[in-house]
Write a protein that binds this ligand. Structure first.
Ligand SMILES: Cc1cc2nc3c(=O)[nH]c(=O)nc-3n(C[C@H](O)[C@H](O)[C@H](O)COP(=O)(O)O)c2cc1C
Length: 185
């Protein structure tokens, strides 16, 4: 089978990630792939923020603070979990949609384009031998987190792509039957 097709058909998220993460020229290649996301009217309605090293712990404090805002009665275990969440991978990429006014391109299309960019990051990382997983959660959609990351009023988080090297074996992929998802009209 065509190698590229096989690659696309077997992409596999990795919940457990460790060092190394892509950096330097390799990370640049990954972002170049993201910049080829389908994009109506070429609005380029996305940008990407990396969070690595010590900054992950600082970002964990932002997530903890956000949880306190959302759930003032959150217990110590929940707060610790939020604080440690960014430490689950050596590199996080916050995928941001920067919504633009356009007569033919509504916000939904721009969000979808940013989602495609996130997928491209996962694919490109895997193509380079790394692994990743797209994560969100309530904090991703909370303005306090967006403010801490420096997002403008017209910007939103689409999610976080956690990147690194796969820890453990890849999971077995389910064999889905295209017939259950495809019909002709
Ligand atoms: C928009 C979006 C948000 C997601 N958020 C989370 C999340 O917060 N936590 C999580 O474990 N998986 C999340 N996932 C699912 C994983 O990224 C992944 O797709 C899932 O573990 C299945 O693995 P697979 O991609 O290898 O099939 C999310 C996926 C999408 C598309």
């Amino acid at each position: 089978m065509n190698d590229i097709l096989r690659f696309l058909q077997t992409r596999n998220s990795a919940p457990r990630l460790t060092a190394p993460a892509p950096a330097g020229a390799e990370l640049e290649e990954i972002f170049r792939a993201a910049l080829r996301a389908p994009d109506h009217a070429w609005l380029r309605p996305w940008r990407f923020i990396t969070i690595a090293g010590e900054r992950r712990a600082e970002f964990g404090r932002v997530l903890e603070h956000c949880l306190r805002l959302r759930q003032p009665d959150a217990d110590a275990a929940a707060l610790e979990k939020a604080r440690n969440a960014p430490l689950r991978a050596p590199l996080l990429v916050a995928v941001v949609v920067a919504l633009k006014e356009h007569p033919k391109v509504p916000p939904i299309e721009q969000r979808l384009s940013a989602a495609c960019a996130a997928h491209a990051i996962l694919l490109a990382a895997e193509a380079l031998g790394y692994a990743g997983i797209w994560r969100t959660g309530a904090s991703s959609f909370h303005r306090a987190v967006m403010d801490e990351l420096g997002l403008a009023g017209n910007e939103e988080l689409v999610g976080f792509v956690y990147l690194g090297s796969r820890e453990g074996a890849p999971k077995n992929l389910p064999l889905l039957d295209t017939a259950n998802f495809v019909s002709s009209w």
